[in-house]
Design a protein around this ligand. Sequence first.
Ligand code: SF4
Ligand code: SF4
Length: 240
Amino acid sequence: MKIDPELCIACEACIPYCPMGAISMGDDVAAINQDECVECGICLRSGSCPVDAFVEEKHPWPRQIRAEFSNPTVPHHSTGIAGRGTEEVKTNEVTGRLKPGWLAFAVEFGRPVTGARFRDVDTVAQALAKLGVTFEPINPVTALMEDTKTGKIREDILNEKVLSAIIECVFPREKAPEVLNTLQEAVKKIDTVCSVDLADLVEPDESVPAEKMLDEMGIFHRINGKTNVGFGRPKYKGGN
Ligand code: SF4
Ligand code: SF4
């Protein structure tokens, strides 16, 4: 995103709308810090500028990845899905991705104000890959890996910054303590915030086995239930 200096009247109306704090006043006009701008388009879509000074550019690779992950009107080139570009863990039960005996992770990097660079996503993805997790194939972060066996994110996007990105993966239940411990160590090395969704299937007696495990490991958690009424028919019929 750019601001046309010929149009800007320095009214500062746009500044509060930028979730990255990337807009500041220069000498006579507002300017955008291009390294911090995640190309979310909020400044433009907010309609805050009285003189239409914002100029949205179509960026070549690798910068195009910023809008794909940060602007909900721009679909991902890999999945064709807009927004965060993934069906997310909440639909696993409908699509049959999560099977009995397995758990699923969604590791969500970045938030407004902090954002996330792909070098941080890469650090965590490589740590998880060493444990043999299976990355979700229909996920735009997975599509950016050089090799899903190593979790290595392609080199040319490591410095690109986005509002938020999500790693999704599944792993056998017995690996859960090792995976959680590895994740806790890996996030100490990154320069952004992240939250983790752990998905488990509810047992016939309505218990959630992962909850007991998290309690035993002393990991803070909140139980959330999702029922996707009317949005799909369970494809999974049981068995492994
Ligand atoms: S595109 Fe988003 S991050 Fe960039 S200046 Fe506008 S609001 Fe800020
Ligand atoms: S709202 Fe428009 S005119 Fe006002 S400072 Fe921002 S870019 Fe300049």
